[in-house]
Design a protein around this ligand. Structure first.
Ligand SMILES: [Zn+2]
Length: 341
């Protein structure tokens, strides 16, 4: 997931949220990615397949967050299927492999990262800067692969059980690509996070004048089988729309039919101000609140209300991440797919 939630240092049981997002089942096989360590690019866990013919360079990436295993499930299958482009190039990669190395199905909510959020370091200032961390080292190693890619697909999942969403970024080109994929059902436009830039917004991906394009997909709750299926389906749709694959590939591995989609513009974030923040009910994400002024939470006793009709709650924070200074939830407005904001 891609919200502003630091990883717990000690991971105590949360008395107020005993259920839960901490101890869920992982319903699909966790892949062994060790066979992919030795890449053919000079970067561990990064493989590029070159058709030798003109065409875009497409990159499908998993494990930007080490506990978001559904993407690794999908990329592992693409490797096993010997997915090779007929035009252009295909790069398959695993990003935060050091965090994933610590993953266990017994404690699946841990291992999001080692030192910091891998998906907040993607500016040249940070990458060229003097600071060191596990994630910065990996991002610096991966940077040439990102620089070479024309189309990036970054696979994520979420703490709470909610419908899958595409994070299309701030520009129309992201929404247009998400519309062409035809899934998942929700497409969110946003401008990222104040705490740092995402990989999907790096350089040309985040430049409206560049032909480069990127999507981040939140495939569902981390452990649910449906998230693994969505990661695979969305990757197949992405490959189809990229145009690099021969038709025969999709005869063997059909890309899913398009589904109706709803496009949402994030308008603001609800920042937690006090140690007494409580949602009015247990939201998990993508709830549509019909009436402006509906109280969705209290913060230090003060009501937090929706600012407009048909307000969408985008990825509310689970209990362990409800702390002052963090984002409790982002609010979104339904827009037409071609609308700019
Ligand atoms: Zn994520």
């Amino acid at each position: 997931m891609d919200e502003e939630h630091p990883m717990d240092e000690e991971h105590p049981m949360d008395e107020e949220h005993p259920m839960d997002e901490e101890h869920y089942a992982t319903e699909y096989p966790v892949p062994d990615i060790a066979p992919y360590r030795r890449g053919n690019t000079g970067i561990d866990y990064v493989h590029t397949f070159d058709s030798g013919r003109a065409g875009p360079h497409v990159m499908i990436n998993a494990l930007t967050h080490g506990n978001e295993v559904c993407g690794a499930y999908a990329v592992d299958l693409l490797f096993r299927w010997e997915t090779r482009p007929a035009r252009g190039k295909l790069t398959l990669s695993f990003a935060n492999v050091d965090a994933f190395a610590r993953f266990s199905v017994e404690r699946p909510a841990d291992t999001r990262w080692v030192d910091e959020d891998f998906n907040r370091v993607w500016t040249d200032d940070k990458l060229d800067g003097p600071r060191a961390s596990s994630e910065l080292a990996r991002a610096r190693a991966l940077r040439p692969a990102l620089a070479a890619a024309d189309l990036l697909f970054d696979l994520h999942s979420m703490h709470l059980p909610a419908p899958a969403v595409t994070i299309a970024g701030p520009h129309p080109k992201g929404r247009e690509l998400a519309r062409r994929l035809g899934l998942p059902a929700f497409v969110i436009s946003d401008s990222g996070h104040a705490s740092g830039a995402r990989m999907r917004d790096y350089r040309g991906f985040g430049d409206p004048a560049s032909p480069k394009n990127a999507l981040l997909v939140e495939c569902g709750q981390h452990g649910e089988a449906a998230a693994a299926q969505t990661a695979l389906d969305a990757s197949l749709a992405f490959l189809r729309e990229s145009g690099i694959m021969a038709d025969a590939f999709f005869a063997a591995h059909p890309a899913p039919a398009p589904m109706p989609q709803q496009f949402i513009q994030v308008t603001n974030a609800v920042t937690i101000r006090t140690g007494r923040f409580e949602f009015a009910q247990r939201f998990t994400g993508m709830e549509r609140i019909a009436r402006a002024g509906t109280v969705i939470a209290h913060d230090g006793g003060e009501p937090v209300a929706t600012p407009y009709d048909d307000c969408i709650l985008v990825m509310p924070a689970p209990g362990r991440y409800v702390r002052p200074g963090l984002t409790a939830v982002r609010l979104g407005r339904i827009i037409g797919e071609g609308e700019t904001t």
